[in-house]
Ligand binder design. Sequence first.
Ligand code: FPP
Length: 230
Amino acid sequence: MKTVPDHLAIILDGNGRWAKRRGLPRLMGHRAGLRKLEEMVRLVKRQGIRYFSVYAFSTENWNRPKMEVDGLMSLFRYYIRHKVDAIKAEGGRIRFAGRRENIPADLLEMMRWAEERTAGETTIDFILCLNYGGRAEVLDAVNALLESGHRGPVTEADLRRFFYLPDVPDPDLIVRTSGELRLSNFWLWEAAYSEFYFTDIHWPDFDEAALRTALEDYAGRERRYGGLKS
Ligand code: FPP
């Protein structure tokens, strides 16, 4: 078995608590989370991981106070405007997973630009799950499949063709920071045989040592996919 995950997925959690502990506004926590993410893309790439996805904004996150939602959208804009070339220089291909509706038009345009600009890179796919929900993804795929005129029984492969990123392999390892033991609608279908790793560390404090610990833990797992023990 490969000891390094092909696809590492992280649920970036705890920005708010990180900020609160320091007496800072929540948005400062998200800003610190963004800085951490920039560092983590490089570290993840160095580990030889081919696909790195992060849960940056869920279909449920629109329910947060308007100021926080607007602040997060501005952070995404800032990231795309200023960091895309650095990702490209690392051989990173930027991709977005999620519903495109509701995303402000200018941000949507920037997302398209970032995807196009990095489309030729092949070292690491950096996947930002933005306005992503696992149930929404399955429903969107079902509706697209119906619209395609598909007749007869539906196979897993039929449905997968209509997922947001059909070519991306399922996550091998899903990490969630900040102590919550939930999937929160992330990669719902794709997580069927993922390994999970939970840590109490808040996302802005997640560092190289924490990454290494998670990957070492993963390397010791025995994945059976429903089969027998070896
Ligand atoms: C969860 O922490 C974090 C988020 C909902 C946002 C994550 C976004 C970033 C780290 C910025 C990323 C930027 C890009 C470009 C992807 P929380 O607010 O739920 O923390 P809490 O549970 O402690 O309140």
